[in-house]
Design a protein around this ligand. Sequence first.
Ligand code: C2E
Ligand code: MG
Ligand code: MG
Ligand code: MG
Length: 284
Amino acid sequence: QAKAEGRNSYRFFVTDMNERISRIQRIRRELRQALRSNEFVLHYQPQMNLLTGRIAGVEALLRWNHPVDGLLAPGDFLVIAEQGGLGGEIDDWVLRRACLDAMIWQKNGLQPIAVGVNLSPVRIGTLRTQELITTVLHETGLDPSLLELELTEHELVDDLDAAARVLNQMRLLGVRLAIDDFGTGYSSLNYVRSFPVNRLKIDQSFIRNLRTDVNDAAIVRNIISLAHDLNITVVAEGVETVEQLTHLAGEGCDEIQGFYFSRPLPTDALQAMLRRELASTHLG
Ligand code: C2E
Ligand code: MG
Ligand code: MG
Ligand code: MG
């Protein structure tokens, strides 16, 4: 009996593995097509300034409008894209799309807001990235201070010196830099020391149990105070409840991002939100 079960679960395992492998192969093929036929879209998640209650900026989040599977999040395909060598092309597309959209919002008469773009740590230190950012800013005419690069701690930057050179060049242009998922990664403090950082984004894993876990609360309090000692701003990610918001406001956190304030929105919905805010400013 036990033996039969063991064999069965082994068979399940193999079937599962085979399915997974062929799924990955299929996605890899489809990703090339996706780039050609414009199946990627950016959604924008607003960040709220806790002092003013207003939209402080947005983060661009990649989505794949898959012809059969529907709207996919980066977790469904980004690693496969990177492994398939498509990461650079996707970075190009995201950066260009985000800067173009930010210009479109302004041309539509909306308030200028900063747009955050996630860049892969693998390429952040390359000359190609530097050229790409410079070219896109030039082509779109976006004010460089409205572009914020987000560097995640989840993957390692392998050449710190090269990355620092590129990021310092970007800073000279006025481009801003945020450390994403702060506190969870490989080198939190080393990044802060090596790079021209403008903002820390506290990882959502510290926010989730903020109200009940005294360790998380202590970590969050100390990240906020570190940011302020360094004269940079701090954003809490993954804020889902008013209790979390109130707690963070009490700790002096500058901004929040999360489902409580808004989910990531397609560009039209974001523009509608900006328009409502603009209208309420004029009335108030
Ligand atoms: P991230 O940069 O830390 O982005 C925040 C993630 O948290 C997003 O997931 C967002 O939808 C999600 N989120 C926002 N508010 C809440 C909340 O209140 N609760 C919860 N549970 N989640 C929330 P998403 O869009 O699935 O992106 C996942 C990750 O994929 C991002 O994490 C980022 O590291 C990466 N990513 C997204 N877009 C791009 C891109 O264009 N290029 C690259 N290289 N990476 C990207
Ligand atoms: Mg991010
Ligand atoms: Mg994050
Ligand atoms: Mg993340």
